[in-house]
Design a protein around this ligand. Structure first.
Ligand code: ADP
Ligand code: MG
Length: 497
């Protein structure tokens, strides 16, 4: 992949290699919290989703939410992880004002998932590469400190306490900031596809810490890493890693050492700042939580997860290319989101049971073009798109049958957004239907030929391009919208005849 700013390059190529391992936290989309019946939803008024368990009151007992396991298994199956049939929930102790219990329920020695990989695709070569995962473990979220509401105090919102998280830890297997961004994008696409996390980095339902080190090219020992926190967009992850790698390279080139530490990314100032060093690292005193039995994955639960797993984006992309004949670009774009891919397929189904590749491409064109244009402009969810697959298919059919020009098709499409009638009716009312009926076209064609004897002679003398002139004349003279393909055919028939 391409070199990036800060990477020292020589005539022979880069001298340093960046090594990156990501720790991604995904907030699971369960109705209630991991260990209590509070709602897990984002965005409620502060401290309204707080029962005594969330607040860590003495004498309360956590009860594990089974939905958490179901969602975790979907991810484990999708990423090809080993699934622990029995894993332990542990207490991770630290003191912070957003953690009322004084410990976080997490997993330590036995994560529920281990191994597996995330597949990323090189944007230039298109080649896929597997990024190895170390582990995926269950934990609960902490609350949130609010520093900017009260000028004299920090406030705490406990709504998020106990919301279920998965921490997805990669091996130090990524090599460029761009690869890290692609990896994170792929995880976001996958958790959204599986419906287990909404993947919203601004709201914090998907978070990422980046571990970054550099080493001379060719070395196979790892350099000292720094962990960069406070990354809240995919672009931020990419930029922060590039900056951090450049900082470390500059240190090494000056003969200084990289120290193992946690650093904070400041997106406004485009720099990372030291937060705490390894010496200040905490001893979490992990112990199995005596209040919680081990998490047991039974055969039945595993079978249920296997049955619930949808066709994954990679499989759909392959199917779109191999079975439908779509270009890889189309297949990638259409499978960005499951709802979009479903909409595409429903439209194609409505068009024909076994579509040709031309038909598939025609549907892909209108989905990637007009549909995405409107969902972006109007910030619409595809699920709430005003043109259903059936009506869209009818529009595509008209276009395939040359009943509409491409500009007319877009006009009909735009009208369909606010008008529930059929595309045929809309095209009729607006007089957009292309006429390909010979009875109507022939008199006009003959009239134009008769009016331009010089151009007819030119054509017969070998000046083929005058046919364009004739088409233009017919299109202008004809009342309504003649089908240019049919007009061309009629003209050639007569000119050659
Ligand atoms: P720690 O003990 O500091 O938590 P871990 O070994 O658990 O470190 O690794 C945490 C994350 O850091 C993982 O994603 C791992 O791949 C990554 N990592 C470990 N060593 C390095 C390194 N030298 N350079 C870059 N990333 C690394
Ligand atoms: Mg660790």
């Amino acid at each position: 992949m391409a070199a990036y700013k800060g990477q020292r390059t020589t005539d022979e190529g880069p001298r340093y290699e960046t090594v990156i391992g990501l720790e991604v936290h995904a907030q699971l989309k369960t109705a209630s919290k991991a260990f209590s019946p509070d709602a897990a939803a984002f965005g409620a008024p502060p401290n309204t989703h707080v029962d005594p368990v969330s607040l860590g009151h003495p004498g309360t007992l956590p009860v594990f939410n089974a939905a958490v396991v179901g969602e975790t298994l979907l991810l484990g199956l999708a990423l090809d992880c080993r699934i622990a049939r029995r894993s332990v929930l542990a207490r991770k102790h630290y003191f912070y004002p957003d953690l009322p219990k004084g410990y976080q329920i997490s997993q330590y020695e036995t994560p529920i998932l281990s191994g597996g990989h995330v597949s990323i695709r090189d944007e230039v070569s298109g080649e896929a590469r597997a990024v190895a995962l170390t582990r995926v473990h269950l934990e609960e979220d902490a609350g949130k400190l609010v520093h900017d509401l009260d000028p004299t105090a920090t406030l705490v919102d406990h709504n998020r306490c106990g919301v279920p998280l998965l921490e997805i830890v990669s091996e130090p297997d990524l090599r460029t900031p761009r690869e890290a961004a692609l990896y994170l994008q792929e995880i976001r696409r996958l958790v959204r596809w599986l419906g287990i996390c909404d993947g919203n980095m601004e709201e914090g339902s998907l978070r990422c810490d980046a571990n970054v080190s550099v080493r001379p090219v060719g070395s196979d020992t790892l350099g000292t890493k720094a962990e960069v926190k406070n990354l809240n967009s995919i672009r931020g992850v990419e930029r922060a890693i590039a900056h951090e790698a450049a900082r470390q390279i500059a240190l090494i080139e000056r003969g200084e050492a990289v120290v193992q530490e946690t650093r904070l990314w400041d997106a406004d100032r485009e720099e990372t700042r030291s937060m705490r060093s390894k010496e200040e690292a905490m001893d979490y005193r992990y112990v199995p939580d005596p209040d919680l039995p081990p998490v047991v994955v039974t055969d039945a639960v595993l079978a249920e997860a296997r049955a619930a797993i949808p066709e994954l984006p990679a499989a759909r992309r392959t199917r779109y290319v191999d079975a439908l004949g779509l270009p890889a670009y189309d297949a990638a774009l259409l499978t960005e989101e499951r709802a979009l891919a479903d909409y595409f397929e429903a439209t194609l189904d409505a068009l024909r049971a076994t579509p040709s590749s031309d038909e598939a491409k025609a549907v892909s064109n209108v989905v990637m073009g007009d549909v995405l244009r409107v969902t972006k402009e109007q910030k619409l969810d595809i699920a709430a798109f005003p043109i259903g697959p059936g009506r869209l298919a009818a529009l595509v059919r008209m276009r395939l049958d040359d009943q509409l020009s491409s500009t007319a098709a877009t006009e009909v499409f735009d009208a369909m957004l606010t008008d529930a009638s059929s595309p045929e009716a809309i095209a009729q009312t607006r007089d957009l239907l292309q006429v390909s009926d010979d009875d109507a076209l022939v008199p006009v064609v003959d009239q134009i030929l008769a009016a331009n004897p010089k151009q007819v002679a030119d054509f017969r003398a070998g000046k083929q391009q005058v046919v364009g002139f004739f088409i233009g004349q017919v299109m202008r003279t004809f009342p309504g919208a003649p089908d240019p393909k049919r007009v061309r055919a009629l003209l050639l028939e007569r000119l050659k005849g």
